[in-house]
Write a protein that binds this ligand. Structure first.
Ligand code: SDX
Length: 428
């Protein structure tokens, strides 16, 4: 892949020649792995210009608003595929045929239950604990239950851990919700699809088992697809870094959940609803747009902007279509928060500040409105994101471990004190 070279001309030093690597599509990269020989590091806080790895899983073109999973556009997967097919694709590189799909679905179904002992972990949390706090705890605790599959160098162990995580996340997420409600936790059912099962475990009780709306199940499944993977985002990079030390997959996913929780990342869907509540009414939009533009005001328009997309986020487009379908199915007309969100979207898109900075609605802008309409509380929104993103995290973890890798260990630009001696206490 190295067919061109870059030459670094450094004043007073010999030039440094660096290979340029070319991928199948997207920007070339300058391979700086030999740069340390010149006694220098690259400097790139926030990794704005850094490719941390080579990957075949997801490609994003931020300028064109393109998102491909193993080459398939997200819009086509959302329309023609389902979440478990997308999981198979991300994990294995190809969409399953009918036989492969049946086998994969059956395997996942047979791993949806969690060890009964895991229920006792919940009792250590307050009922009003943030669901993401509990998810970090219980997902990390899974490594205490699977001593039979923690050898990350064993491909079979990697495979069964991936299946267990994909299968158990809906069960754990629903358990977190039931715990917060003080309701009995529901067991998964093997006669339901992945999304139906999740909604069953969330909203049914032992007293009454209601059928799951196929429209809501389809919408839930589509939301899972839209959140499945997104290249080297902050939480995926966290999972890769944790995995590079040889940590077990459950601990790595727990690290990803922690990173996702932040409002600048996966926590934005919850923050969008809080923001819409704070804005309250269309008449206040101008005031909040001004706050978002004010450098001295920490307020940002949550659900807007993206490190990579400098055009529309293709997931936001599909999410908005799904939002319309769900509200129609539920007979919700003129949802005040949707009205407010659409007006905010329209005003921001026409405001020079947002246009100049290419700030468009991202995946989180409309997702919260759908989740709330389905009956999922705001505090559970990022848990849904983590549930869906688990396949992306574990696919990147598997990809990294399947070929030679090194422990991630960045360096720094040191601007602290040079060496000095400790003075005795009396003389300080
Ligand atoms: C996700 O990486 C991924 O792929 C993430 C994700 C995934 O699927 O994994 O797509 C999921 O995390 C989506 C993003 C969700 N976060 C939000 O919606 C929070 C609001 N957005 C911002 O915090 C921000 O846009 C980020 C964090 C998403 C991106 O920040 P960057 O790339 O570091 O850009 P920046 O902060 O340098 O902003 C550039 C300019 C700045 O102004 P200037 O200094 O040029 O004058 O745009 C401004 C920022 O102040 N800006 C915003 C803004 N986002 C950026 N101003 C107001 N409101 C905003 N939302």
């Amino acid at each position: 892949m190295a067919d061109k070279k870059a030459q670094l001309i450094i004043e007073g030093a010999a030039p440094v020649e660096l290979p340029i690597l070319t991928g199948t599509v997207g920007p070339e990269v300058i391979d700086v792995r030999t740069l340390t020989a010149s006694g220098r590091f690259t400097f790139d806080p926030g990794f704005m210009s850094t490719a941390s790895c080579e990957s075949k899983i997801t490609y994003i073109d931020g300028d064109k608003g393109i998102l491909l999973h193993r080459g398939y556009p997200i819009e086509q997967l959302a329309e023609k595929s389902d979440y478990l097919e997308t999981c198979y694709l991300l994990l294995n590189g190809e969409l399953p045929n009918a036989e492969q799909k049946a086998q994969f679905v059956s395997t996942v179904k047979n791993h949806t239950m969690v060890h009964e002992q895991l229920k006792t972990f919940f009792n250590g949390f307050r009922r009003d604990a943030h669901p993401m706090a509990i998810m970090c705890g219980v997902v990390g605790a899974l490594s205490a239950f699977y001593h039979d599959s923690l050898d990350i160098k064993n491909p079979q162990h990697r495979e069964i851990s991936a299946i267990r995580l994909i299968a158990k996340m809906p069960t754990l997420a629903a358990m977190v919700y039931k715990y917060s409600m003080g309701q009995p936790m529901m067991y998964p059912r093997n006669d339901l699809s992945y999304a139906e099962n999740f909604l069953h475990m969330m909203f049914n009780t032992p007293c009454e088992i209601k059928p799951i709306s196929p429209v809501l199940a389809r919408a839930m499944d589509r939301i899972f697809i839209l959140h499945a993977d997104h290249e080297q985002n902050a939480s995926t990079s966290t999972v890769r870094l944790a995995g590079s030390s040889g940590a077990n997959p459950f601990a790595c996913i727990a690290a990803g959940i922690a990173a996702l929780w932040g409002p600048a990342h996966g926590g934005a869907n919850e923050a969008v609803l809080s923001m819409l509540d704070e804005i309250g009414d269309v008449s206040n939009i101008d005031k909040y747009i001004a706050k978002a533009k004010d450098k001295d005001d920490p307020f940002k328009l949550m659900g807007f902007g993206h490190r990579v997309y400098k055009n529309f986020d293709p997931r936001a487009t599909v999410m908005k279509q799904t939002c319309d379908e769900v509200l129609a199915e539920l007979g919700i007309k003129n949802d005040p928060q949707l009205e407010l969100a659409m007006r905010l979207d329209e005003i921001a898109r026409n405001d020079p500040y947002f246009k100049e900075r290419n700030l468009y609605p991202n995946v989180d802008f409309y997702s919260g409105i759908i989740l709330k309409a389905i009956g999922i509380p705001t505090s559970m929104f990022t848990v849904i994101f983590a549930l869906a993103r688990t396949v992306g995290w574990i696919s990147h973890w598997k990809e990294m471990l399947s070929s030679p890798y090194k422990i991630g260990r960045p360096r720094q630009l040191y601007t602290g004190e040079t060496q000095r001696d400790v003075k005795d206490l009396e003389t300080r």
